[in-house]
Design a protein around this ligand. Structure first.
Ligand SMILES: *[C@@H]1O[C@H](CO)[C@@H](O)[C@H](O)[C@H]1NC(C)=O
Length: 154
């Protein structure tokens, strides 16, 4: 009786501590930019998901403007693009980051953000536009390339 409980706790512990860092548990990786003091399409983002395997690109203004209606469109992506993105994400490093790094958009310099949703959690990190963040350089680079690739097609 006692040992089966012990076993139960050990398995639960391993599942909780180990499971949430598995790349396969990542459901979506999203990233975007925003500029506060700005007219036109001041917010751009992509949201990459594995199910369905796609990237949703979007751009929107900060406030209603007739000539800048919000635009959002899904694009199918190859499995390899998802796998490359996930493999550039070190979830443990990402989870250890502060939610806000630096002073995003403080001096109208813009903000950049990354949000990762996995099986049982979500984390959103915002940093100064154009900067890089220690430990997730590769992820930032890949997301910038994908934003460029897909938002430009909107
Ligand atoms: C990206 O899409 C997933 C699945 O629809 C959703 O759970 C997640 O919240 C989205 N991320 C953002 C930043 O909107």
């Amino acid at each position: 009786m006692q040992s089966s409980w012990l076993c139960f706790f050990i398995i639960t512990f391993l599942t909780v501590t180990h499971g949430q860092f598995e790349g396969k548990d990542v459901r979506s990786i999203a990233s975007g930019t925003s500029f506060g003091m700005c007219a036109g399409y001041c917010q751009q983002s992509i949201n990459v998901t594995s199910d369905p395997l796609q990237v949703v690109a979007s751009k929107r203004p900060n406030f209603d403007q007739e000539s800048y209606p919000p635009v959002q469109r899904p694009f199918p992506i190859p499995t390899s693009q998802w796998e490359q993105l996930v493999s550039s994400l070190n979830l443990k490093t990402f989870l250890a980051l502060d939610n806000t790094i630096g002073c995003p958009d403080c001096a109208d310099g813009g903000a950049e953000w990354i949000q990762v949703d996995w099986l049982d959690g979500t984390k959103h990190v915002t940093f100064d536009y154009g900067r890089t963040v220690d430990g997730i350089e590769d992820l930032i680079k890949k997301l910038r390339q994908m934003r460029e690739e897909y938002v430009s097609q909107l």
